[in-house]
Design a binder for this molecule. Structure first.
Ligand SMILES: [Zn+2]
Length: 343
């Protein structure tokens, strides 16, 4: 079966301008540096997170951490392992939700409709192409957070529930809607949920890269025949990674912090094979150009050219969507959404 590909989205970059990343570069960088301190205390990674191949020397270093390209699947692995200790330090004890929590119901709905509704519509349209109507779709969303995606899917008439390890995000998400469709689970309980769900679509938006026990999650998906589709987005080894290497004083949101490994086309393919699935649909849109813009702006401001940075900004921002489209079509952009189908 050939993969149906879609590239970019309109106004992608303008929507993804996170002002805190600009205004608080140094604070965000400190946060990522603290996570790097924890990661560097973990054991050295000897095998690829996705395919298990033996790893060699780092391809490059960024923000003090070495990154190793898998010789088999190209997956970019940090030189140290993500462990339970790492996860409990960066996800649970450190209130991870603080960065993103919306202030009230209105902003919850705005964020849901702006960022998550297009993803839910994409899933609906692809499944419709496969002969499934919204009423046929039953979603289990893992790493659901505040439930933005679950809520967006339900808006479109799909059945959807979610699980997350963050008590505060689940509580917040459930308080935003009439029905409590989110459940709080422990760090390893998600595997039992996946084993036992009768959902036919498993969704994981920006989640797989954070799972310490990714292997067990992959096995659980493989073993539960109810799951016919997996819809996920993952961070990719991309131009964003390269820009971060060049700008040591910029906040490394992509290759750093909670991201200890990045996918490639081959490693996504490898992961699908391990699940017993094939890639059916791909939607590629990154924020590489937004990252480049942010690094240039931060650098100009740091070298006392704040006024000139606005001169630059006025000329550069209108080009960003088009530049990102070029990057997306190069298949080396920062994020990939994909739908896997059971073979
Ligand atoms: Zn590999």
């Amino acid at each position: 079966m050939s993969v149906k590909k879609k590239y970019s989205k309109p106004f992608g970059n303008l929507n993804s301008l996170k002002t805190s990343f600009f205004d608080n570069n140094d604070g965000m960088l400190d946060m990522a540096d603290g996570m790097a301190d924890v990661l560097l205390m973990q054991p050295k990674r000897t095998t690829c997170k996705i395919c298990g191949a033996k790893l060699g020397a780092p391809l490059y270093h960024s923000h003090r951490i070495g990154y190793i390209e898998c010789p088999m699947c190209g997956h970019l692995n940090s030189e140290c392992e993500d462990t339970d200790a790492f996860a409990s330090a960066v996800y649970v004890e450190d209130d991870y939700s603080k960065n993103y929590s919306a202030a009230d119901k209105e902003s919850y709905i705005r964020r849901r409709d702006m960022i998550y509704a297009p993803k839910a519509e994409y899933l609906r349209d692809c499944l419709k192409h496969d002969g499934l109507s919204s009423e046929d779709v039953k979603i289990l969303d893992i790493g659901a957070g505040c439930g933005y995606f679950v809520s967006a899917a339900r808006q479109l008439g799909m059945t959807a529930t979610g699980i997350d390890v963050s008590d505060s995000e689940v509580e917040y998400g459930n308080s935003m809607t009439d029905e409590p469709y989110l459940t709080h689970v422990g760090l390893t309980d998600s595997i039992d949920y996946i084993r036992n769900t009768d959902a036919n679509v498993l969704t994981a938006i920006g989640v797989l890269e954070h799972l310490v026990h990714l292997d067990e999650n992959i096995d659980a998906i493989k073993e539960n025949g109810s799951i016919r589709y997996v819809f996920a987005s993952v961070p990719m080894f991309s131009f964003s990674s390269c820009f971060e290497v060049a700008f040591a004083n910029g906040y490394n949101r992509h290759t750093g912090g909670t991201h200890t490994h990045l996918f490639t086309d081959d490693s996504v393919q490898k992961m699908a094979e391990r699940m017993g699935f094939e890639i059916a649909y791909e939607w590629r849109f990154g924020s590489d150009i937004n990252d480049l813009y942010r690094f240039l702006m931060v650098s100009m401001q740091k070298n006392n050219n704040a006024d000139f940075s606005r001169f630059f900004s006025d000329r550069f921002v209108p080009l960003m969507d088009e530049l990102q489209q070029v990057v997306d079509r190069s298949d080396f952009s920062s994020e990939l959404h994909f739908i896997l189908k059971r073979v």
